[in-house]
Design a protein around this ligand. Structure first.
Ligand code: SF4
Ligand code: SF4
Length: 313
């Protein structure tokens, strides 16, 4: 018999009342685990599938309880406070459970699909009144495709609208089972050029573009949104934007193209994880810059464009 809703997933967090991840008010199920390592990633705590521990140094009392409790020897007390060896950490989060000052920030927990659906369903009334629903995001949802399918099935049974945000860097076999359940699919094209994509992210974009074409031709009724984060000096050349337009303009299911301005909201999380912030020198582009880039795209593609959620006229 089919296992319905008992599959456990690695969940980063569940965020309520988002207005940026699809229609109406959305509950966003952020999952852990991602096969990519974008330099501009704003959620480094989502990259690894296992739970992780971050540290708010300003809250730490240096009591040493976490050091005593760590079964892996990943923590030591140094002159400047707690030292952390990420490679030794097994993600048990015992350090978080004994910390008296909430200095240890836990990132991630296991939950079954049924548990996730129950949590998501608490906001049914808001979905009903706003035309919203669930959006599954990452990390990369396709890395937990079986779990996600059970969550989507459980939500659809309750009449909750479902959407997915994905990098689409996954085998088609992980994508197709999810398509019957969704009304909207957001996919990133981080760079339209295969070689530049590979230099930036470590893999070329061939599989991603092929999956977009297959999804666009699949016999399911959902809309498609292509998103590109614009990183000044990295993927924002006009010739790249025209190339992006050539890819996007023929898509039959396309609702709109969306450009997202590079931001540095993840800076504090990098610190908590003890990681260097890779693009520290790049600034968030202003509205005029975003409009210029959107205009280049629109004149080449002739499709609706949004900038950070707002229609570009
Ligand atoms: S999560 Fe577990 S293994 Fe990792 S530092 Fe904390 S106690 Fe140690
Ligand atoms: S248990 Fe908390 S307060 Fe004590 S040393 Fe560890 S992080 Fe700091």
């Amino acid at each position: 018999m089919e296992n319905r809703g008992e599959t456990a997933g690695s969940v980063l967090r569940i965020e309520k009342s988002s207005i940026h991840d699809g229609d109406g008010l959305r509950t966003v199920l952020f999952l852990k685990g991602c096969p990519l390592r974008c330099l501009w990633c704003s959620t480094p705590e989502s990259q690894r599938m296992v739970p992780e521990r971050g540290l708010s140094r300003e809250k730490c009392l240096r009591c040493g309880r976490c050091v005593e409790q760590c079964p892996q020897g990943a923590l030591t007390m140094g002159e400047d406070g707690i030292n952390f060896d990420r490679n030794r950490c097994a993600g048990c989060l015992k350090c978080a459970s004994v910390c008296p000052s909430s200095a240890v920030v836990p990132y991630g927990k296991k939950m079954t699909a049924n548990e996730a659906v129950c949590e998501i369903a608490k906001d049914e009334i808001f979905y009903f009144h706003s035309g919203g629903g669930l959006t599954v995001s990452g990390g990369e949802p396709l890395d937990q495709s079986g779990f996600v399918r059970e969550v989507l099935a459980g939500c659809c049974e309750r009449g909750i609208d479902c959407a997915i945000e994905s990098s689409f860097f996954a085998p088609w076999e992980k994508i197709e089972p999810l398509l019957p359940y969704i009304s909207l699919l957001h996919v990133d094209i981080k760079h339209p050029d295969a070689e530049k994509h590979k230099k930036l992210i470590g893999v070329d974009n061939g599989l991603i573009l092929e999956n977009i074409r297959r999804a666009d031709g699949a016999p399911y009724d959902f809309g498609l949104v292509i998103r590109t984060p614009l990183i000044p000096g990295i993927n924002d050349g006009d010739e790249d934007i025209v190339k992006l337009a050539e890819i996007v303009k023929g898509l039959k299911k396309l609702r709109f193209m969306e450009f997202l301005a590079y931001h540095r909201l993840g800076t504090e999380t990098y610190k908590r994880l003890g990681l260097d912030y890779p693009l520290a020198e790049i600034k968030t582009p202003d509205a005029a810059y975003m409009r210029r880039k959107a205009a280049v795209f629109k004149s080449a593609a002739g499709v609706t464009v949004k900038i950070n959620g707002s229609i570009f006229e």
